[in-house]
Write a protein that binds this ligand. Structure first.
Ligand code: NAD
Ligand code: ZN
Length: 395
């Protein structure tokens, strides 16, 4: 298969990317991730679009390789509410009723909700069983499927119960993206732009210059050109899309490899998230994570500027790049106000929300500061005093 790209993580080349990977995924699983039962778990939006090709390919691969394993699938409700104890327990009870044993492999086919939930089920079922990630959203490809953080939500907050549990493989089949709603694509672009901002001016320039080509490759190019994305016939946009996703995934994989449990370097991935999460706590679920993070990136860049570390031209450039993909850059953004129904985000509420950030040490807030596009002030989040943060939020 000359059509795939592999990216190493934690010492293995287990991130595999390409445009039409379904039969490759099935063959690789049956041959190299042996299990007596494979269970595909997905949500109903994705199931109607992409489940049956995956199941058929698994059956074909088993037939070809003379495997007698079982293949089953389970569909849950889409949405963040499914990342719950209730859904987890229901899945577990179903697996038990189907007599799934320790040699079961779970296949998380979906966005971050499916990935986080299925990963956490895998982490605790029979004290831990293998699972693989098959991300279907851009956000899941460049962010949530990589790194082994799995979790469910509780009434006290998101992701509060979970485990580190690494998937055996992460398969990024880019053709899945062609069915993604535009707003979900834009949501994922926030993380792609974030990663370029902390790591690579070169990647950032590709994003600045490639707006139309990248958008087209996701939202129509892949579908228009189903047979046309082999190495020889890929469009320029498809090459660029693959390049951008590979670069972003590579940075996350590298950072996770160096700092799996997030004690330093991995914290850089939280650029835009300290303030972004504080906004999200007020405006979710009407406003999406990436939309809040985009605003957080600008306000944290302004914080870097106000502390004398970043030039104002860099803020301009980051703003322009985010906007060009359709992301908001301030709380006054028209579409954002429309989605949130004008709900206010008072500075003292934002400050309160930032107090409970997992990254803080004691009462001192830790925020990722930029020193240039593609560079951070430190190799970790920096301690910042409340007055400086408040001043930026009030501006
Ligand atoms: P999601 O999983 O809810 O997917 C978004 C929507 O798109 C859903 O309605 C889904 O059904 C639909 N969808 C998915 N793929 C599709 C496709 N190919 N075509 C059409 N529709 C499709 O949301 P998400 O943004 O992928 O993930 C968000 C979750 O990820 C949050 O719970 C967040 O906490 C988690 N997350 C985890 C990590 C981590 O490190 N584990 C990192 C970031 C985010
Ligand atoms: Zn994020």
């Amino acid at each position: 298969h000359g059509d795939i790209v592999k990216v190493p993580i934690l010492g293995n080349e287990s991130i595999i990317l390409g445009f039409h990977l379904i039969s490759f995924i099935a063959a690789d699983l049956v041959q190299n991730v042996k299990a007596s039962t494979y269970v595909v778990i997905t949500d109903s939006n994705i199931a109607s679009l992409h489940l049956s090709p995956v199941v058929s390919a698994m059956k074909a691969a088993m037939e070809t390789q003379g495997s007698t394993s079982r293949i089953m699938s389970r569909v849950i409700k889409p949405g963040e509410l499914s990342k719950s104890r209730v859904t987890k327990a229901a899945l577990e009870d179903w697996l038990l009723s189907e007599v799934c044993t320790r040699d079961t492999c779970l296949i998380a086919l979906g966005g971050g909700v499916i990935g986080d939930l299925v990963g956490f089920v895998a982490a605790t079922f029979m004290r831990g069983i293998p699972f693989v990630q098959v991300p279907t959203t851009l956000l899941a490809m460049v962010d949530s499927s990589i790194g082994g953080k799995t979790a469910i939500d509780t009434p006290h907050g998101k992701n509060l119960i979970g485990a580190f549990w690494q998937p055996k493989r992460i398969y990024m089949n880019l053709s899945f993206l062609s069915s993604l709603p535009k707003r979900e694509f834009v949501n994922g672009m926030a993380e792609v732009i974030k990663t370029a901002c902390i790591w690579s001016l070169n990647d950032f320039i590709k994003l600045e210059e490639g707006v139309e080509k990248i958008q087209d490759a996701v939202l129509k190019g892949v579908e228009d050109n189903v047979t046309g994305s082999t190495v020889e016939t890929r469009t320029e946009g498809q090459c660029l899309l693959l390049d951008v996703i590979v670069s972003s995934a590579r940075v996350k994989a590298h950072v996770v490899t160096v700092d799996e449990r997030e004690t330093g370097l991995r914290g850089l991935l939280n650029y835009g998230h300290s303030i972004g999460h504080a906004i999200e706590a007020i405006l979710a679920p009407e406003v999406l994570h990436g939309e809040c993070v985009a605003i957080g990136m600008i306000q944290e860049a302004e914080l870097s500027y106000s502390l004398g570390h970043l030039g104002s031209a860099s803020i301009e450039r980051i703003s322009r790049c985010l906007s060009s993909y359709g992301l908001p850059i301030s709380l006054e953004d028209e579409r954002l106000l429309c989605r949130s129904n004008g709900k206010p985000c008072p500075v003292n509420n934002l400050m309160d929300n930032m107090r409970i950030d997992k990254k803080n040490s004691g009462s001192t807030k830790k925020i990722v500061l930029l020193s240039a596009i593609g560079k951070t002030l430190e190799q970790k989040a920096s301690a910042v005093n409340d007055e400086a943060i408040e001043a930026v939020l009030k501006a």
